[in-house]
Design a protein around this ligand. Structure first.
Ligand SMILES: NC(=O)c1ccc[n+]([C@@H]2O[C@H](COP(=O)([O-])OP(=O)(O)OC[C@H]3O[C@@H](n4cnc5c(N)ncnc54)[C@H](OP(=O)(O)O)[C@@H]3O)[C@@H](O)[C@H]2O)c1
Length: 252
């Protein structure tokens, strides 16, 4: 698989959900590698601050809305940008017994984590495969590797995105386009608070995860798992991991 070294001179990098957390940290790493940056977020004030810090262009869009992902992509193109890198990072979680999660929370989660990421992947790959260069990083989770009791829709959304990413990777490689899946473990961001649960102890900093992720992404690594213990845990049988997740996530 080709690395993405050199493509920073051929187009900008778009990072979705870059107003804070992992998205912002990934954008910082791409800036260090010389990419012109385009940040996306939903919260205009946080996004503007982030863009000012990184000297980036920025676009707001609520990706849970019908047609928002396509409109975002077309706006960026209409403004004259060519994208050589796309990072589909925007995402949200949900917790609790599946039938207690409010319907709109699941609908919004699927719209952002699954539908918007799929639409942006397709739009980006159509252009990148046509041109013969580009690199795509889809942000999944270690939750993609087994079912997640008490966070069922979130883990299932990431399992979808991970599988989809590895499939399109195979299709895209003959065009010289790199596609990678980033699967972090727990991160020290606002994610858990926003999902209504306590942050697990020992969560990795977004900066550390992003530094590792972009290093591996630049080399075209298929599945990128920051953290030695997170990589080691993949050797444990999935049924045991599912029981572990259940014990960890069970409320009360
Ligand atoms: N935190 C973890 O432990 C962890 C572990 C594995 C994977 N991940 C994944 O990493 C990615 C980033 O998470 P994070 O930890 O950095 O969480 P975060 O701090 O909550 O940031 C999430 C980002 O996604 C954006 N976003 C959420 N809903 C959106 C919507 N409807 N439309 C547009 N943008 C939306 C947010 O934008 P606004 O701030 O503007 O709303 C924000 O920029 C997610 O895909 C998450 O699933 C996180």
């Amino acid at each position: 698989m080709r690395s993405f070294d050199g493509i920073e001179a051929r187009g900008a990098a778009l990072v979705t959900g870059a107003s804070r957390g992992l998205g912002f940290a990934l954008a910082e790493q791409l800036k260090k590698r010389g990419f012109e940056l385009i940040l996306h977020g939903r919260d205009g004030d946080a996004l503007k601050d982030a863009a000012e810090k990184l000297g980036a262009a920025y676009y707001t869009a609520d990706l849970s809305q019908d047609g928002a992902a396509e409109a975002l992509y077309w706006r960026i193109k209409a403004d004259g940008f060519t994208l050589s890198v796309l990072v589909n990072n925007a995402g949200l979680g949900a917790s609790g017994e599946a039938w207690t999660v409010p319907g709109p929370r699941d609908t919004g989660l699927i719209a952002v984590n699954v539908a918007a990421a799929t639409k942006l992947t397709k739009l980006f790959l159509k252009d990148a495969c046509g041109r013969g260069y580009g690199a795509l990083l889809n942000v999944c989770s270690v939750g993609a590797f087994q079912p997640g009791p008490y966070t069922a829709s979130y883990y299932a959304s990431k399992a979808y995105l991970h599988s989809y990413t590895l499939a399109v990777r195979e299709e895209a490689k003959k065009y010289g386009v790199t596609v990678c899946s980033l699967c972090p473990g727990p991160l020290d961001t606002e994610f858990f608070e926003r999902a209504g649960v306590r942050k697990p102890r020992g969560a990795m900093s977004a900066e550390k995860a992003a530094e590792y992720a972009v290093k591996k992404f630049s080399k075209g690594k298929k599945t990128i798992v920051p953290g030695f213990l997170n990589r080691l845990a993949r050797a444990v049988p999935a049924a045991l991991r599912t029981r572990f997740v259940a014990s960890l996530k069970k409320p009360g």
